[in-house]
Design a protein around this ligand. Structure first.
Ligand SMILES: Cc1cc2nc3c(=O)[nH]c(=O)nc-3n(C[C@H](O)[C@H](O)[C@H](O)COP(=O)(O)OP(=O)(O)OC[C@H]3O[C@@H](n4cnc5c(N)ncnc54)[C@H](O)[C@@H]3O)c2cc1C
Ligand code: FES
Length: 355
């Protein structure tokens, strides 16, 4: 990786959120404000022995509203990097990351009066919290419903801040806690799991404006998001009204489709104001072809889930074996994931934003 592409942050403060999660407030060591969008994430570069391991963490602060930037890390049972970060990072330490990335963004160019449903489970609240603060500041005429699922009261991240926002924006914002612990005693919370019937009821009772303009932002475990998406589609909402952020990179993708690419394919890559003439080998992705030539393109999950590797295909035919990030409109506009993208024609031209 070109060192200019790596950001360095000093840990300014660490705030324990729950028994298993903490928020790390970060200061850019170059003193410049970080440019990012609500809903994006940082990909941390973590040294483990002689290897650098990558893990993405959503930014929970909101640009234009908070001066600080922060990420919240939740300990994954037996997780190698989340446990390491939570146990070893201290105030004053320097951490490195790639530039903010991700496409879990609110659509713009809409009527400023709409329903926005935020569905989060566990640590899935992190990007959703950033979006929530943006909506409450920038869309005072819209209505937001947050459906936030947790196992018990202790595991609710940002509980006090959410209570405060509910109080301050009682007309525009409703926060509904859904707690699976049968002993749940949170006033107003629903005890149980979010299922299709409950979701349908909560949406019908929460809708205030034209359903055709409603937006749904989902972040939680894969099965939770699948249930929510199917329910929404069954209710008549369209796929373009739904946006998902997936934290989990499956070892093996259930829907993995490996295209049969038997030939080498020359292609042109525009990256960092350089033009490279490269070729993919049979069954080789665009990202791997570039990395093999020591061109350090941005990537994180390498599994079609996070969107860090997104590029533009100006020309040529590309097929993606897996894509959890790009919408049909994104693909129509030429966006591709280089980590799961295979070239099928001899004349492909790939560009990155800063090219
Ligand atoms: C877009 C995105 C945003 C995320 N935001 C948050 C957040 O705000 N807070 C939070 O607590 N967690 C977040 N995560 C999850 C986080 O990145 C880690 O997956 C999680 O901390 C577990 O990592 P681990 O090493 O402890 O667990 P492990 O079980 O050791 O590793 C997780 C699994 O994912 C695979 N993997 C490979 N590369 C990556 C990669 N770059 N990122 C993630 N997994 C990878 C690993 O091989 C392993 O199978 C996010 C993930 C994504 C993709
Ligand atoms: S690196 Fe995560 S989608 Fe490509």
């Amino acid at each position: 990786m070109n060192n200019n592409d790596v950001l360095h942050f000093c840990i300014d403060e660490i705030k324990r959120e729950t028994n298993t999660a903490a928020t790390f407030f970060l200061k850019n060591v170059n003193g410049k404000a970080l440019e990012y969008k609500a809903g994006q994430f940082l990909t941390l570069l973590v040294k483990q022995g002689d290897k650098i391991v990558r893990r993405s963490y959503s930014i929970c602060t909101t640009p234009g509203i908070e001066q600080n930037i922060a990420i919240t890390i939740k300990r994954k049972i037996n997780g190698s990097i989340s446990r390491y970060l939570l146990d070893h990072l201290h105030k004053g330490d320097i951490i490195s990351s790639l530039a903010p990335a991700g496409r879990f963004l609110l659509t713009t160019g809409f009527s400023k009066q709409r329903d926005i449903f935020l569905l989060a489970a566990g640590s899935g609240i992190t990007p959703v919290f950033s979006l929530l603060k943006k909506i409450l500041t920038e869309e005072p005429l819209s209505h937001v419903t947050l459906l936030y699922s947790n196992s018990n009261e202790e595991s609710i991240i940002y509980k006090n801040s959410l209570d405060k926002l509910s109080h301050e924006h009682a007309k525009e914002f409703q926060c509904i806690h859904i707690i699976s612990d049968p002993g749940n005693k949170i006033p107003g919370a629903i005890t149980g799991h979010l299922n299709n019937q409950l979701l349908g009821e909560l949406i019908f009772s929460g809708l205030q404006f034209d359903p055709g303009k409603a937006v749904f932002m989902l972040c939680g475990p894969t099965a939770y998001m699948r249930m929510a998406q199917l329910t929404l589609l069954f209710m008549g909402f369209t796929i373009s009204q739904i946006r998902k952020e997936n934290f989990v990179v499956p070892e093996e993708h259930p829907g993995l489709y490996l295209p049969l690419v038997n030939n080498t394919h020359p292609f042109t890559l525009h990256y960092n104001r350089q033009i490279y003439k490269l070729e993919t080998q049979p069954q080789q992705t665009i990202l791997d072809a570039a990395l093999q030539q020591h061109i350090q393109l941005p990537y994180s999950c390498k599994g079609g889930v996070c969107g860090t590797c997104t590029a533009n295909c100006r020309q040529g035919k590309i097929v993606m074996s897996y894509n959890e990030v790009l919408t049909d409109d994104d693909i129509k506009s030429g966006l591709i994931l280089t980590c799961t993208g295979y070239i099928l024609s001899p004349d492909a031209e790939i560009t990155f934003n800063k090219s």
